[in-house]
Design a protein around this ligand. Structure first.
Ligand code: SF4
Ligand code: FES
Length: 257
């Protein structure tokens, strides 16, 4: 396949960026390559010409780590639903295609270089409560704490979030509700997550709102999510957030008495 690539190039966070077109570097691309392997080939050719390779983030290349996100023709992670960029294959495109490749666009995710953005705002949300503070020790016997099958399945669905940021990039408000809801609910749905349920919810939602826009129910997040996480989790999060306003006050009262 011969492609024409238009790629966002930006030398650093404070440098101006621009789209650069690559034609010769994107010739003879095998349809069996992954999208990142195609970028590897382009980079090898750029390096051979003495030019700077395109900076992009990647680690696992199997849809687990969440680092490889980029906009491809205006779609977060490209045109294949439920697929991270690293699992997208060039057979999804046609010979002669023109591809526009850009970093996530959101104020909370500033561009570091080319296609790499800083997703530390997600880390701030996790730091606010995305964990259980009780020492867990060694892995307990599987049936020591009984978990209803429905709750276990729902928690597992939420836990599939890889923190890629596609939900934010796809949202017209750059909201992080889907990410935050997934990270809250995979704990809130399980017995082990109950002790800190409402403190966690309030802290994580309040932190999210410091960095990200508000949800206005566009649903683009769900469409862009490579793990197909449902916006139902946002409803669960909102329910827990409302309850937290009362529950947390009650807990404070108990602590004071
Ligand atoms: S909710 Fe989906 S799109 Fe958002 S960070 Fe998690 S995996 Fe990525
Ligand atoms: S490189 Fe890890 S999810 Fe794509």
């Amino acid at each position: 396949m011969d492609l024409t690539l238009h790629v966002w190039r930006q030398a650093g966070p404070d440098e101006p960026g621009r789209m650069v077109t690559y034609v010769d570097e994107a010739r003879d691309i095998s349809p069996d390559m992954s999208f990142l392997e195609m970028l590897d080939i382009v980079n090898e050719r750029l390096i051979a010409k003495g030019e700077d390779p395109i900076a992009f983030e990647h680690d696992c290349r199997e849809g687990i780590c969440g680092s490889c996100g980029m906009m491809i023709n205006g779609q977060a992670h490209g045109p294949q639903k439920g697929t991270a960029t690293c699992q997208l294959h060039m057979r999804k495109f046609a010979d002669g295609d023109e591809l526009f490749i850009e970093p996530w666009r959101a104020r909370a995710f500033p561009v570091l270089r080319d296609l790499i953005v800083d997703r530390q705002a997600f880390d701030r949300i996790i730091e606010a409560g995305g964990y259980i503070t009780a020492p867990t020790g060694a892995a307990p016997d599987a049936n020591l704490i009984l978990v209803p099958k429905e709750a276990a399945d729902a928690a597992m669905d939420a836990a599939a979030c890889i923190g890629c940021g596609a939900c934010v990039a796809a949202c017209p408000n750059s909201a992080a509700q889907l990410f935050t809801a997934a990270k809250i609910q995979h704990l809130n749905l399980l017995p082990q997550g109950q002790a800190e349920r409402y403190a966690r919810t309030k802290a994580m939602v309040d932190t999210m709102e410091e960095y990200f826009g508000s949800c206005t129910n566009h649903g683009e997040c769900q469409e862009a999510c490579p793990k197909e996480i449902s916006i139902d989790f946002i409803a669960y999060m909102n329910r827990d957030y409302v309850k937290a306003q009362i529950k947390n006050r009650k807990l404070t009262g108990q602590a004071a008495s």
